[in-house]
Design a protein around this ligand. Structure first.
Ligand code: NAD
Length: 506
């Protein structure tokens, strides 16, 4: 137990973390943080104004020169201590994520673990940030490259992974020598505060990592601040596009990851039990609130009836309830407003003529009647043009679309503007290869329903699931948070006289 989890010590309003300490807001605005399992307000969170953002940026700017000058190996040693502390406090972080988000503790343990793997990646920064050297690019002339940090970097993150998505960003940014300001989702502020405490305990100098909270006002102050050099964003597509455009106008480096509508294509030769297990896990895990959740099943050939029967049988057994209760497999949605939105999509799907095979609208968890639950929901006969197909629902709603052949499935997926992840289930190497080659999606699974790349690869979709040229973590992360510099050197001065022509080797 510590300050972040002990109810007796709970700060009534979650403050910021600036310059290595909890810092109160000057802003009078704040928001409610709820426990989605019960619907109760458990704490409040400060909402930053431009003055608060100025304070955070000034701290990060002041910390930059010394941190940037710290040898990468020393930075890596701080990361190693942070890694050990994060591993030791994994359970507490997972419980905080579950409490504010609603997902099960076991699922939260998995997602925090995937975030911690980015710290493991960042521990290799002395190697990852190395430049290149070429001797004698011209007579007596050598050339080498440097990868230098940018300065103050900002991360703005969504509610659905309170620890993992921030961890996609700040370990790589800080390991490469930048300082960082995190603005986590105002719905789930506590994991970020705990990670900041642990990072300080690991020996991170004050001001290198800062956390502020808030809504659009805080975000706008961050993305238009003159001293902010780069912005990483993960969230919904309209906000991602807004962040991208605003940053581009002021010349900031920006990567903005957006929403998703992920299709799983099931071919007639697939192992249907295996595929149904995968679809149930990927469709209903975390109540469908994952950017890599499967929300559309594309049943190819005659596979639809048998597949739907298997998915239904497995999905009906899922235990719905509070995320910290043993045996519960699926928790509530994040907020009452989101619960109402998901239910409205189910109404709309029914009205549009899709067949409702399983209806989660009436799900009530005894003893938790105030919680934001929606049960597992399955539609058949879904078509493009229906809002349940065209839009991101972000809830436990699976839509089955039936098509005749693999070519039709590929066309369907490629016509979708979202392009985060997709998967194919098949026993045919040829079909899988065709899918992998022709599909226009950033992350592809072959018999893997949620193909989230490991930390040493990069994570990012295509089309309206990303704005910007770099994905997060892996080498794209290192490239995003550093600027290349190319240095050409000559130490002999035997040649004399000006040369006005373009130098060449001759
Ligand atoms: P969101 O876009 O509502 O919020 C994301 C962040 O933006 C939050 O920090 C929020 O405070 C801020 N924000 C919200 N409205 C804003 C506005 N008008 N102006 C400026 N900032 C604003 O997203 P969310 O509901 O927190 O998260 C769910 C979304 O995130 C889904 O669309 C999901 O697909 C997406 N997501 C994508 C990925 C990915 O890797 N592509 C990963 C996780 C989540």
């Amino acid at each position: 137990m510590n300050q972040a989890t002990d109810p007796k010590l709970l700060t009534p309003t979650v403050p910021y973390w600036i310059n290595g300490q909890r810092t109160d807001a000057t802003s009078a605005r704040s928001g409610e943080v709820t426990n989605p399992a019960t619907g109760a307000v458990i704490r409040r969170v400060a909402f930053a104004n431009a003055k608060d953002i100025d304070t955070a940026v000034a701290a990060a700017k002041a910390a930059f020169p010394a941190w940037r000058a710290t040898p990468p190996l020393r930075r890596a040693r701080v990361m190693q201590k942070f890694l050990a502390l994060m591993q030791a406090n994994l359970d507490e972080l997972a419980r905080l994520a579950s409490q504010e988000h609603g997902k099960t503790v076991a699922d939260a343990v998995g997602s925090v673990t995937r975030g911690i793997e980015v710290i493991e990646f960042a521990c290799g920064i002395p190697h990852l940030q190395k430049g290149e050297h070429s001797e004698n690019v011209g007579t007596d002339v050598d050339c080498h490259t440097l990868r230098q940090p940018l300065g103050v970097c900002v991360g703005i993150t969504p509610f659905n992974f309170p620890a993992m998505v921030p961890l996609w960003m700040f370990p790589v940014a800080i390991a490469t020598g930048n300082t960082f300001i995190l603005k986590p989702s105002e719905k789930v502020p506590s994991c970020s505060m705990r990670m900041a405490e642990l990072f300080k305990e690991a020996g991170l100098p004050d001001g290198v990592f800062n956390v502020v909270h808030g809504d659009k006002e805080a975000v706008d102050a961050l993305i238009t601040h003159k001293d902010v050099k780069a912005v990483s964003f993960v969230g919904s597509t309209p906000i991602a596009q807004y962040i991208y455009e605003t940053c581009a106008k002021t010349g900031k480096r920006v990567q903005a990851l957006g929403g998703a509508k992920n299709h799983a294509v099931v071919l007639p030769d697939a192992d249907l039990d295996f595929a149904a297990d995968a679809l149930v896990g990927a469709g209903y895990g975390s109540a469908g609130e994952r950017c890599m959740a499967i929300s559309v099943v594309v049943a190819v050939g005659g596979v639809g009836d048998a597949l739907i029967a298997k998915v239904k049988e497995k999905a009906l057994k899922i235990q719905v309830g509070p995320g910290d209760k043993p045996g519960v497999e699926m928790g509530p949605l994040v907020s009452r407003a989101h619960q109402a939105k998901v239910k409205a999509y189910i109404d709309a799907g029914e009205k549009a003529g899709a067949t409702l095979v399983m209806d989660g609208r009436k799900t009530v968890v005894p003893g938790y009647e105030g919680g934001f639950y929606v049960g597992t929901t399955l539609f058949d006969g879904v078509k493009p043009g229906m809002s349940i197909y065209d839009e991101e629902i972000f809830g436990p709603v699976l839509s089955v679309v039936r098509v005749d052949a693999l070519e039709d499935a590929i066309k369907l997926v490629n016509d979708c503007p979202f392009a985060n992840g997709t998967a194919v289930f098949t026993a045919s190497g040829g079909a899988a290869r065709k899918f992998e080659t022709e599909i226009e999606v950033g992350m592809v699974g072959v018999n893997v329903p949620i193909p989230v790349p490991m930390a040493f690869f990069s994570f990012g979709g295509w089309k309206s699931s990303i704005f910007g040229d770099y994905s997060v973590h892996g080498m794209d992360g290192v490239r995003f948070y550093t600027r290349p510099k190319v240095v050409t050197t000559r130490w002999t001065t035997t040649e004399t006289g000006p040369r006005l022509n373009m130098p060449t080797l001759g």
